[in-house]
Write a protein that binds this ligand. Structure first.
Ligand code: IMP
Ligand code: MG
Length: 217
């Protein structure tokens, strides 16, 4: 019998993050979730350090370009949220953010370019220096629609920053001012990118595991 059991310890508070007694349960839960998540991961294409280092560079570039201007970041839900949150913390210029949610009609795997606005901006972009923040540009059809739509609202300027682009898949030319990484024509998940709404919370970008890749029709 030990006299150092739970009864003999001082009551714990819920803020005791670093307390030894709380650690094992938390770690086990974390490991279990990770194993489940990683079942979807094929090959890691861009690791966390590489992603973050590139975001620091993009942040410096955008900060230099938008010094003294009226920057508004427009995030395209949902995938861009993760990139946008990290990118804006690298900006050294004042900026505001807003979000749009759009859904494309047509086939599940391929974008048709016919887009419906599910959530519009709250902020009026007229006269603003707008930078659209995208997770990935594939065919470019969604972004092309969005650019036409935003141009009609007469911003002072309109540019795009995309974390990823798949040049091989491009069907329509869209000028993208800032690009994080060019990637090959593979279906990727993580860091905001989903497969059936999952995997957005991976801290890196990975190719979806071959077992899960749907048959393109
Ligand atoms: P686009 O209109 O073909 O350029 O489609 C762009 C959108 O398709 C992105 O914003 C993503 O939501 C989605 N998408 C394209 N490629 C991928 C991918 O490899 N993984 C996850 N989502 C993707
Ligand atoms: Mg998207």
């Amino acid at each position: 019998m030990s006299n150092t059991g739970p009864e003999s310890t001082a009551p714990r508070t819920t803020s005791g993050v670093g307390e030894a007694g709380l650690r094992p349960a938390r770690a086990e839960a974390g490991e279990g979730r990770e194993a489940d998540l990683e079942r979807g991961v094929g090959e890691i294409l861009i690791d966390e350090d590489t992603l973050q280092a590139r975001i620091v560079e993009l942040g410096a570039e955008i900060s230099a370009d938008y010094k003294g201007r009226d920057l508004l970041l427009v995030g395209v839900l949902k995938g861009a949220v993760f990139f946008m949150a990290d990118l804006m913390r690298e900006l050294t210029v004042p900026c505001e953010i807003d979000f749009m949610a759009i859904s494309s009609y047509g086939a599940a795997t391929d974008s048709s370019g016919v887009v419906r606005i599910l959530k519009d901006l709250d902020i009026n972009v007229a006269g603003r220096d707008v930078v659209v923040v995208e997770d990935i540009i594939d065919s470019g059809l969604t972004l092309s629609y969005l650019m036409r739509n935003l141009t009609a609202r007469k911003p002072a300027s309109l540019e795009v920053v995309a974390l990823l682009t798949k040049p091989e898949r491009r069907e329509i030319d869209v000028p993208v001012r800032y690009v994080g990484f060019e990637i090959p024509n593979r279906f990727v998940i993580g860091y905001g990118l989903d497969f059936a709404e999952r995997y957005r919370n991976l801290p890196y970008v990975a190719v979806l595991h071959a077992d899960l890749v749907p048959n393109a029709t």
